[in-house]
Design a protein around this ligand. Structure first.
Ligand code: BYC
Length: 334
């Protein structure tokens, strides 16, 4: 199993001989598909990796509301408005399930938010791209939620219990999101020539950023080997990217739209498409904070955090008062 992982990701993981007794016992549980629960012993690196990945995932759900929320008041019909509103609310819910899952690892939501705002935690690169037209909302649902599902379905089997259970709920909602996006694309692609051009333009702009969502190529991936040995990740980044391309190309053909890639070609023998890699320089630049919307997204999160300060203060004051009253009542009773 380890040899296979080293081969597929190009990076090694601790061998059994290098493990402590506790680590071996932990690895045996993971290999036997026994879920790890919050009170179970776990290697410190496993805990940290989960906090990084679940926290990043939670932040992505919350930041991901911004490009779509931007279109709620401009959705073309009342029905589209109601659907988009429900979808954006779902994303808030996903963020909350995921923050709760991360909190079981001993970090608070406040700490994770502060880490995001100070640049010590990330969110998905995709949300640093703008949604310029209504067709972009279709493309986000179809491609971005489509890529998210491809990544998240295997995560339902991830080794950490609370994360795996959160993913089961999230995946149910994501497939509705993807369909609503595809439905928007279908209407646009079958609409007037101008609407079809808009749909094609949205596909052109969102195609490569969607491929980037799966993370760097397996050769560049820092965490894959260890995360797969611990079954935090079930597939490599490139495996999921390939599955996404294979699934999405026929969907684009059905819409009568063209994937912006001259090298796209079906290999009849393997059933897989050959495709062009995204521009990885652009990807790493976006990660460094230099994407088109990085500043705008973080400013929006910063403002929301500051605007919510009075609520957090009020809740804390109430909790303290309640605790003081309970303490006084107990002393009086003694
Ligand atoms: N964006 O070693 P690697 C949604 C970072 S929300 C930013 O392969 P890993 C939705 C990575 O963190 C969907 N950073 O990492 C919401 C690492 O840097 P650090 C969000 C990325 O973790 C609203 C470095 O690159 N989904 O669907 O093994 C509306 C090396 O990468 C990205 C999740 O978060 C990226 N795309 O694999 C609509 C899924 N990719 O941390 C939709 C859960 C890589 O060492 N996460 N990096 O500084 C995962 O499955 C994994 O974390 C990833 C990356 C596959 C993303």
């Amino acid at each position: 199993m380890y040899a296979q992982m080293v081969k597929s990701t190009g990076k090694g993981v601790k061998t059994r001989d290098d493990m402590t007794e506790e680590e071996r016992h932990f690895q045996d549980k993971v290999d036997a598909d026994i879920k790890i629960e919050p009170r179970d012993w776990m290697p410190e690196e496993y805990r940290k990796t989960l906090i990084r990945q679940i926290g990043q995932h939670a932040h992505s759900e919350i930041v991901g509301q911004l490009p779509e929320g931007n279109w709620i008041t401009r959705a073309p019909t009342l029905e589209r408005k109601a659907i988009l509103l429900a979808k954006v609310q779902d994303e808030a819910g996903h963020g909350l399930y995921l923050y709760c899952a991360a909190e079981t690892l001993g970090i608070s939501r406040d700490e994770m938010t502060e880490m995001l705002l100070s640049g010590r935690m990330k969110y998905s690169s995709i949300f640093n791209y703008p949604t310029l037209t209504w067709a972009d909302i279709g493309a986000v649902g179809w491609l971005v939620d489509g890529a998210a599902i491809m990544n998240q379905v295997p995560l339902q089997r991830t080794s950490y219990g609370p994360y795996s259970r959160a993913m089961i709920r999230i995946c149910k909602e994501e497939s509705f999101h993807q369909r609503q996006g595809y439905d928007i694309m279908m209407k646009m692609a079958q609409g007037s020539p101008a609407q079809k051009r808009m749909a094609q333009d949205a596909l052109n702009r969102f195609w490569y950023p969607s491929l980037m969502m799966f993370g760097p190529s397996d050769k560049e991936s820092v965490h894959s080997a260890q995360s797969m040995a611990w079954k935090i990740k079930i597939n490599t980044n490139d495996e999921l990217r390939q599955k996404f391309v294979d699934q999405t190309v026929p969907q684009a053909e059905y819409l009568g739209l063209t994937i912006p890639d001259d090298k796209l070609k079906l290999n009849e023998e393997t059933g897989h498409y050959a495709f062009s890699e995204p521009d990885w320089t652009e990807f790493f630049n976006v990660l460094k904070g230099n994407g088109p919307c990085n500043n705008e997204r973080l400013e929006a999160r910063q403002k929301a955090w500051e605007d919510g300060q009075w609520v957090r203060d009020g809740m804390l004051a109430h909790a303290r008062k309640k605790a003081a009253r309970a303490g006084a009542a107990q002393m009086a009773a003694e």
